[in-house]
Ligand binder design. Structure first.
Ligand SMILES: [Zn+2]
Length: 525
């Protein structure tokens, strides 16, 4: 493909223009797979109206896409962009990657629970009011539902509580939520039994929406945790989306084949099994993840009391040390963000090196950080391998997700040292894994970022460059597209993403933001 050329508006034809926007001469990958073909794309009223070798009519605006790939806007099937959207609706690090739709409410945690005063509809109204730059869809988080009904205790739900939770899930899905999610490594979602998970997933099955799960464990008990997720799908009769599939810790890297075999077996048994994956060797989670979930029984204050209890310390310390040993040492953990101003110096540092700089034992520093920050310390863990990422990305049931937050290099969302996936995921797949490592072809990669995820969550007019679909479009240069955000400096936008169109409005032009806030809240079905 040709070198990048600056995009130029070809001129404005004023009243004589037939279309709002025409994208000329790019290599179109329509999202459904197959090779790219040179074509023009015409947009009118926020919709794709024509994709043809030559669109005769002019557009009020035209974009020169010669030498560029033209694809549907990227659909990020597992995102945490809702965290900053009210503070900064620009969602810069997402839209500059070419992401036009995020699916939030991941990992069991949604901004609504399905109660009357905490409904999907109320959340959608509020979100639309801030005019985000990208589209938002959301799953309903079963951890949020459990927290609202059962609270933070490690106990079974009563029959009455279960009935209330089912009603809340029904309500959220009825209002437009696009699946149910769990985060079984997190409290209080982790306290749900298999029976509870099946009961709460049945409403999703009835609407042909998925059960998406951050598994109970992603290292030594990965395969057993996959079995649990797939048993939920079988029991409820719904599709299963294994969230950010990975094999954590060197000794678990060889479990790639067995992970795929689990999905094979589930499919053979009639359960639609899929997964998403992000292209990095580190994950991001709370520091409390170094401790057993039983330590979280009762919530944060109970957790902090256990950390401070000398009688419990030997068990807790041994558990954390085993997790550290699995990763290969304290420097495999990087501190991403803290709450307490006095701990700001820790952000962006490796835990072992930071403790050494203080002349302290890293376990003691870990406990103190958790105490001073009310249990809220975000960390990164370096535990995966590129060899498996190559295969996961290439696998036909794999989709691309960022699992990241949306932030900007300026303004209120520039805080801490977040995982670079929030700013780099999609360009990184296209640059590092498609172009450089040749893990998969460009035409194989595009559906995993567009049509396939949109179909999984029944966003029926998204993810394809086909007449009638919403006009979410990305123009990028396959020869230069690359991520620039790193673990040392995540606040860097990618290169090679030259134009992004959201609902027919040009949000990025010539690689620069236009200021348009054209995103909407999307409902499934
Ligand atoms: Zn997760």
């Amino acid at each position: 493909m040709a070198r990048a050329r600056p995009l130029a508006a070809l001129g404005r034809a004023g009243d004589r223009a037939a279309y709002d926007l025409v994208i000329r001469g790019g290599t179109v990958f329509d999202g459904r797979g197959g090779p790219g073909r040179v074509a023009d794309v015409a947009i009118q009223g926020g919709k794709i109206v024509e994709v043809a070798p030559r669109v005769a009519q002019r557009g009020s605006e035209e974009l020169d896409a010669r030498g560029l790939a033209v694809t549907p806007g990227f659909v990020d099937i597992h995102s945490h962009a809702e965290g900053n959207v009210r503070a900064d609706p620009r969602c810069e690090s997402a839209i500059r990657q070419g992401i036009t739709t995020v699916v939030v409410g991941a990992d069991g945690s949604s901004s609504f629970s399905g109660e009357a005063d905490q409904s999907f509809a109320a959340w959608a109204d509020q979100l639309a009011g801030v005019r985000p730059s990208i589209n938002f869809a959301s799953m309903v988080g079963l951890g949020s539902v459990r927290e609202a009904v059962v609270g933070e205790a490690d106990r079974r739900a009563t029959a009455d509580e279960l009935a209330r939770m089912v009603a809340m899930v029904e309500r959220a899905l009825g209002e437009g939520a696009c699946g149910v999610s769990t985060g079984l490594e997190y409290a209080p979602g982790a306290f749900a039994s298999l029976e509870e998970l099946i009961a709460l997933s049945r409403p999703a099955a009835a609407r042909r929406l998925p059960y998406a799960s951050h598994l109970r464990n992603e290292d030594d008990r990965l395969l057993e945790s996959m079995d649990e997720a797939l048993a939920v799908g079988k029991g409820a009769g719904c599709a299963v989306q294994v969230s950010h599939l990975k094999q954590q810790g060197t000794r678990n890297w060889p479990k790639y084949e067995a992970s795929i075999a689990r999905l094979d077996a589930a499919r053979a048994g009639g359960t639609e099994a899929w997964f998403d994956v992000y292209p990095y060797e580190a994950y991001s989670t709370g520091m409390s993840n170094l401790f057993p979930i039983s330590a979280l029984d009762g919530g944060t204050s109970a957790f902090l009391a256990r950390l401070a209890d000398p009688a419990q310390q030997p068990v807790l310390r041994a558990y954390a040390q085993a997790k550290i040993d699995l990763l290969g040492g304290w420097d495999q953990i990087q501190i991403a963000s803290v709450r307490a101003p006095e701990d700001r110096a820790a952000e962006g540092k490796r835990l072992g090196a930071y403790a050494a700089s203080l002349g302290r034992d890293p376990y003691a520093v870990t406990v103190e950080l958790l105490q001073r920050n009310q249990g809220s310390v975000a960390t990164l863990g370096f535990g995966m391998t590129d060899a498996n990422i190559d295969r996961l990305l290439a696998h036909p049931w794999g989709m691309v997700c960022s699992d990241g937050g949306a932030f900007a290099v300026d303004g209120p969302s520039r805080r801490g040292s977040p995982h670079p996936r929030g700013a780099g995921t999609f360009p990184r797949v296209l640059g590092r894994y498609v172009r450089e490592r040749k893990a998969l072809s460009l035409e194989a990669a595009i559906p995993k970022m567009t049509a396939v995820p949109a179909q999984r969550v029944r966003l029926t007019d998204r993810g394809q460059l086909v007449p009638g679909f919403a006009a979410d479009v990305v123009l990028f240069d396959p020869a230069t597209v690359a991520d620039r955000a790193t673990f040392a400096n995540p606040f860097q936008y990618p290169v090679g993403i030259l134009a992004v169109v959201v609902n027919g409005q040009v949000a990025v032009r010539d690689g620069q933001r236009t200021g348009e806030g054209g995103g909407r809240v999307l409902r499934a079905g």
